[in-house]
Ligand binder design. Structure first.
Ligand code: SF4
Length: 431
């Protein structure tokens, strides 16, 4: 059977979204076209996430359902679950091809395509991407992780760290800027480990920051154990670089951090926060926190709360711990009840809400440059992001991908409400 239509379903993180953009370009270059759903496709690709059980459950349910609706559909499963033996067992009847994403360039042969798609052992990150937005693009600078945090599946799912040559990354960004992209986010599991021809991540960031154009530059994500003063200073001096750090702390108790294999202490983390704010007083800082890790006592949880109060995060993604197959933490006793995890999650979220609102108050009355990223015609509202990643909502004029000067009137729970002053021709930041 000749294959002509494909459908890609993506779950999970920015890295998975960037992978899907490369998959899409690869299949288009092989002569296929994309469809809106699996019903009319001949090939469906599941880009899976194994970080949470709920994401895994969704895939468990989707693959057999698609096969039932469209028995001729070839299902390709990639992403975090592609190498898991138990997943391969329970989805054996539904999935036709198991594809570690690093082997993307083999897909042509696996599908029996006769077209001229790239094949062989090409590094998949070097493949072209079909970006899903015309304004913002994720640019992967590497793949994989060597850190083996006790709770995390990523090192098993994506393998050891590999990084793209810096010139290849710079060329991809230059190409995006020539095409009018306004927001570039450099991504890797740990950007701070980046190395290429003697350059580290701060050097790469500086080179991209020096490119001409009206654009904002972000990166994600940073492991606190590897965050250097050099990078903090580079961000502070940046012309296009957002004064924004996503720095996952996960816990505020040193014993829990040790059990998690995070390799820093709460004190070290707080010293990084201080250094960031000394260099960039306006910097926004977000984090990830896990509550209810195995053995986490009430006092240890309170140490996380104390750290949150000291760090005064601008945003945090707070998750209840759930064991993931194949990880070190899976072998520990998951001894915190779901009710207790929920209680801790609520307490942590309450602290977060108070620091988010407190930090944002300083922006009221100021005029900020905002890049519009969503227009709701029916409601006559526009929302967008400031350079430093704060969401702003206003009423009236707005076009996706354009910069506006917006006066901040009010702080909402996780964003700001403003009044449009004027549209800008560039990204000049007046904050
Ligand atoms: S640094 Fe830790 S949490 Fe992040 S991807 Fe690597 S193992 Fe997972």
């Amino acid at each position: 059977m000749s294959l002509s239509k494909f459908y890609i379903f993506t779950m999970g993180c920015q890295m998975n979204k960037a992978d899907s953009e490369r998959l899409e370009a690869y299949l288009i270059s092989a002569g296929l076209t994309s469809t809106e759903g699996p019903e009319n496709a001949e090939v469906a690709i599941l880009v899976t996430c194994g970080v949470r059980q709920s994401a895994e459950n969704r895939i468990k349910e989707l693959a057999p359902r698609w096969k039932k609706v469209n028995p001729n559909l070839k299902i390709v499963l990639t992403g975090c679950l592609a190498l898991r033996p138990d997943v391969r067992d329970y989805l054996a009847d539904s999935v036709d091809i198991w594809l570690p994403i690093t082997e993307l360039a083999k897909l042509k042969n696996l599908l029996g395509l006769e077209d001229n798609a790239p094949s062989g052992s090409l590094d998949y990150l070097s493949l072209e991407a079909k970006y899903s937005s015309m304004v913002s693009a994720y640019v992967p600078i590497g793949n994989g992780c060597n850190n083996f945090c006790a709770y995390c599946v990523v090192p098993y799912a994506r393998g050891p760290e590999v990084y793209r040559p810096h010139q290849e990354i710079i060329n991809e960004v230059k190409n995006l800027l020539q095409r009018g992209y306004k927001e570039i986010t450099l991504i890797a599991q740990n950007v701070n480990s980046y190395k290429s021809d003697g350059l580290d991540f701060a050097d790469l960031l500086k080179k991209i920051d020096e490119l001409e154009g009206d654009f904002w530059l972000r990166f994600s994500t940073s492991h606190p154990k590897d965050l250097s003063e050099k990078l903090i200073a580079t961000v502070a001096r940046g012309k296009h670089t957002a004064q924004y750090f996503h720095l996952a702390v996960q816990a505020g108790d040193n014993d829990i951090l040790r059990t998690m294999n995070r390799r820093y202490t709460a004190e070290h983390f707080l010293s990084l926060i201080k250094m960031i704010r000394d260099y960039s007083p306006e910097a926004l800082i977000s984090t990830d926190i896990i509550v209810g890790f195995p053995g986490e006592s009430e006092q240890q949880f309170q140490n996380t709360i104390t750290l949150m109060k000291k760090a005064k995060f601008d945003m945090a993604y707070i998750a209840k711990y759930s064991p993931r197959p194949g990880t070190v933490a899976e072998k520990m006793t998951d001894d915190i009840t779901l009710e207790e995890k929920q209680r801790r999650e609520i307490i942590a979220n309450d602290i977060l809400k108070s620091t988010v609102v407190e930090n944002a108050q300083r922006l009221v009355g100021r005029t900020l440059t905002v890049l519009a990223d969503e227009v709701k015609k029916g409601k006559n509202t526009v929302s967008g992001k400031t350079r430093d990643f704060k969401t702003v909502l206003w009423t009236g004029e707005g076009e996706i991908g354009k910069f506006y000067e917006v006066e901040i009137l009010e702080v909402k729970r996780f964003g700001l409400k403003g009044k449009i002053k004027k549209r800008l021709v560039g990204s000049r930041c007046t904050s």
